[in-house]
Design a binder for this molecule. Sequence first.
Ligand code: MG
Length: 379
Amino acid sequence: MSFSACIVAAGQGLRAGGGLPKQFRQLAGKTVLAWSLEAFDRHPECSEIIIAHHCDFTDQVRQITGNLSRPVRLVAGGQSRTDSVRACLDAVTSDHVLIHDAARPALTADLLDRLLEALRTSKAAVPSLPICDALAKEASEMLDPVDRSGLFALQTPQAFHSPVIQTAFQSVGGQDFPDEVSLARAAGIEVVKVAGDPDNFKLTWSDDFKRMERVLGNDQGVTVCATGFDVHRLESGDGVHLCGVFIDEPLHLVGHSDADAGLHALTDAILGTIGAGDIGQHFPPTDPKWKGARSDRFVTHALELLKQAGGEIVHADITLICERPKIGPHRAAMTTRVADLLSLPLRRVNIKATTTEKLGFTGRKEGLAAQAIVTARVP
Ligand code: MG
């Protein structure tokens, strides 16, 4: 089931302080808007992202959306939330649509999955939470208690079959509604509830930012480490590729690709951080396409898979085990090349070398071994 994500980010939202509309304020390392955009972008069933924004902030929105992998469309927000959502809906191309407030940055894949599941059997679904606090209504100077039984707090994303909500918007004419569920109900559409997420609260007041920082700060995934190991036979020849660097010595590493054992071990370690198997599954040595291939392609592919999984590499450490070639003279170039491939600063990459004291196949110079350990942050 594919869906269009519509994000309402047109508000001026200055109540929360900070001098900028709240969706452009920084929160736990990125803008408020970027948090929900990235949550949608990571979801495998998201086909496009449509953002209603104020034209004064087009540059900011383009900058924030620059790294997203889904198609992004910007539409001009309207005077009211209802107008902004209407502009988004006019641009929707999927059969299903999830409409979300930019001011709810703690959007999780679990919540998206619950909504999509509900859309299999219903035309409309909304995340809801039971009210736990006692409620009262101010009447004159007094507070009159309100019975909270049967009351729910509603969140976003609010999820719909696209034609159903598009028709509902047409049927209500120019009226404004506080959210799409109110509009859908006014148009006679049945809406089911799914479990909301208490962390998915709406940033409204200044203190909300501190509370959300705690939520997002605790929810930036986990740190994982994974290893890789590779061996290639060493023969006489006219040079070897190792850790992405050509070494002009009378040696040759035997293999289907360029036999860069350093980059192969690194590729396996990156794949390991996201449970994506090993290099042989992604680049079978039986496939003629990879004959003589430069191994930086393997690293780049593994890194792309890590990125698609919402992870990022933090550190890489590679050990080369061989008598020849001597690694010392090439270590700096290798470090620079690997850091460049991984888009990491030099201090986050280490290349080291050792021998096996003339023991075993590396000691007899029959082969070269490499091992790598990669540290990554993953969701
Ligand atoms: Mg190999």
